[in-house]
Ligand binder design. Structure first.
Ligand code: GLN
Length: 454
C-alpha cells in the first residue's frame, strides 16, 4: 500500500470514531496527505526513506510543531502558534513519519485523567464512561482506538505509563536525558521526558530508535549512543534477575490489578527469570517529594505565561500588575493554579529549607535506594497504576485521591530511570498494565523482558 492510502485510512478512522473518543484537538488532514504523497514520490524515485516512512502518528499538544498551534490544552495558550519544531518532531520528520494531529491532555500535563483539559474530555476506548488516564490521555486513547499507529506523550510523574496502562497500550518513559526536551513545553524540567505510545513492544523499539539521542539544544540531554533497540526483542530471558518491590503490591492496589500482574510474573518465571522480592521503603515518600519538586519547578516555568510574552491577555486592565493577575486568573485552570501556589509556597523564603530543600534530600535517598536495588536485580516489576480506568468525576474533586494514581510511577521520575507500561490482562473488562523499570540507559533490557511476555 502507499503512504497516501495508509494516511487516508487513518484519517477515515479518526472521522469515524473521534466524535466519541475526543482524543484529537486538531487533525492536519491536508498537510498529512501532502506529506504522505511526498513520501510515495520519494519511494517511486528510488530515493531512500526513513525508518517510519508513511506511518501516521500524532503528538501530545505540549510538543512544538512549527507553524501549528501548541496549546497544552490551556486557555492561556489557545492562540499560540509554535515558531519552531521540537527536536523529536524534527527527528520524526527526518524519519518520514506523518504527523497527523495534536492530542488532548491535562492542562500543562498536570493530572491523571485528562479531565483537566480546558478543551474537552477524552474517553477511554474500552468504556466511554471512563477516563483514559493522564496527562497524556489523548496520546493513549488515539493509539488504543486505532486512530494512529503511534503517538508521543510526556511523562513527569507517570503521564505516559499510567494512561498507557488504563488504555491497554504500550507506553515508554525513557531514561531522563535520553530524549531531547527541546520544544517540549516545560512542566517540571528535572522530571519531564518524552516517550512513545504504541500498539506493541516492537513498534515501541522502532520509535525509540528515532527519537532518542544527544541534542545540543537540550543541555540535560545525555551523550549516550543510541543502539538499535530492536536487537533486544525476543531474547532469551533465562537467568535475568527480576525484583518485586513489596511496597508496590501492598495497600491501595486493586485485587484485579494484583492478580493480572502476578500472572505476568508467573509467566516470567516459566521463561526462566529469577524473581525475588525486594524492598524500596523510601518509595512511600515519593508522592510528597514529587508534588513539592514538580510544583516548585512548575511555578517557575509557568511564570513566563504573563499575558505579555505568550498567550492570552485579559481585555481590560488597570496597570501592568493588574494585567498579569487578570490574564493568569482567566488563562489558567484550577489545577494549574493549585500547583503554582503549592510551588510558590515551597520555594518562598522561610519555607524553602523545610520543603524544597528537604524534598531534594529525600530525592537523593530515593536515588540511592534504587541504586542498591539494581546491584541485586536487573529489572524491577510492579503494577503501573493501582486501579483500572475509573469513571469521570470519580476523583476529579479530590486532588489527593487523584495524586495517588501515580504512586507506582513517580519514584521512577524522581530517580530519572527508564520504565515501560505494557498491557498484561483485563480486570472486569478493563486493561491492566505491568510496569518494568530498568537501570539508567537500560531501555534495551526492559524491551527484552517486555517482548518475552507479550
Ligand atoms: N499525574 C501527575 C501530575 O499530575 C503526573 C503528570 C505527568 O506525568 N505529567 O503531576
Amino acid at each position: 500500500v502507499s503512504a497516501e492510502e495508509v494516511v487516508k485510512s487513518s484519517i477515515e478512522r479518526i472521522k469515524e470514531v473521534d466524535g466519541k473518543i475526543d482524543a484529537f484537538l486538531e487533525v492536519f488532514e491536508e498537510d498529512a496527505i501532502e506529506n504522505a504523497k511526498s513520501v510515495d514520490k520519494k519511494i517511486a524515485n528510488g530515493e531512500e526513506v526513513g525508518a517510519l516512512a508513511g506511518i501516521p502518528m500524532a503528538i501530545k499538544d505540549n510538543i512544538c510543531l512549527k507553524n501549528q498551534k501548541t496549546t497544552c490544552a490551556s486557555k492561556i495558550l489557545e492562540n499560540f502558534t509554535s515558531p519552531y519544531d521540537a527536536t523529536v518532531v524534527r527527528k520524526l520528520k527526518e524519519s518520514d513519519a506523518i504527523i497527523i494531529g495534536r492530542l488532548n491532555m491535562d492542562e500543562f500535563a498536570m493530572g491523571s485523567s485528562t479531565e483537566n483539559s480546558s478543551i474537552k474530555k477524552t474517553k477511554n476506548p474500552y468504556d466511554l464512561e471512563r477516563v483514559p488516564g493522564g496527562s497524556s490521555g489523548g496520546s493513549a486513547a488515539s493509539v488504543a482506538a486505532g486512530e494512529v499507529y503511534f503517538s508521543l506523550g510526556s511523562d513527569t510523574g507517570g503521564s505516559i505509563r499510567q494512561p498507557a496502562s488504563l488504555c491497554g497500550v504500550v507506553g515508554f518513559k525513557p531514561t531522563y536525558g535520553r530524549v531531547s526536551r527541546y520544544g517540549l513545553v516545560a512542566f517540571a524540567s528535572s522530571l519531564d521526558q518524552i516517550g512513545p505510545f504504541t500498539r506493541d513492544v516492537e513498534d515501541c523499539a522502532l520509535v525509540l530508535n528515532t527519537i532518542c539521542g544527544k541534542d545540543n539544544l537540550d543541555s540535560t540531554s545525555a551523550n549516550v549512543d543510541v543502539e538499535d533497540f530492536t536487537t533486544y526483542l525476543n531474547k532469551d530471558i533465562k537467568g535475568i534477575r527480576v525484583g518485586l518491590p513489596k511496597e508496590y503490591f501492598g495497600e491501595g492496589i486493586d485485587e484485579g490489578v494484583k492478580r493480572e500482574v502476578e500472572k505476568a510474573v508467573e509467566a516470567l518465571k516459566l521463561l526462566g527469570a529469577e524473581v525475588k522480592e525486594i524492598s524500596l521503603p523510601m518509595s512511600k515518600y515519593s508522592l510528597p517529594v514529587y508534588y513539592i519538586l514538580s510544583s516548585s519547578e512548575a511555578s517557575s516555568n509557568l511564570a513566563r505565561f504573563d499575558g505579555i510574552r505568550y498567550g492570552y491577555r485579559a481585555d481590560e486592565f488597570e496597570d501592568l500588575v493588574d494585567l498579569y493577575v487578570k490574564s493568569r486568573s482567566i488563562g489558567f485552570g484550577s489545577e494549574v493554579k493549585r500547583r503554582i501556589m503549592l510551588g510558590t509556597y515551597a520555594l518562598s523564603s522561610g519555607y524553602y529549607d523545610a520543603y524544597y530543600k528537604k524534598a531534594l534530600k529525600v530525592k537523593r535517598l530515593i536515588i540511592e535506594e534504587f541504586k542498591r536495588a539494581f546491584e541485586e536485580v536487573d529489572l524491577i516489576v510492579s503494577p503501573t497504576s493501582p486501579s483500572v480506568a475509573f469513571k469521570f468525576g470519580e476523583k476529579a474533586d479530590d486532588p489527593l485521591k487523584m495524586y495517588l494514581s501515580d504512586v507506582c510511577t513517580v519514584p521512577v521520575n524522581i530517580a530519572g530511570l527508564p520504565a515501560v507500561s505494557m498491557p498484561v490482562g483485563l480486570s472486569e473488562g478493563l486493561p491492566v498494565g505491568l510496569q518494568i523499570i530498568g537501570n539508567y540507559f537500560q531501555e534495551g533490557k526492559i524491551l527484552s523482558l517486555a517482548s518475552s511476555i507479550e
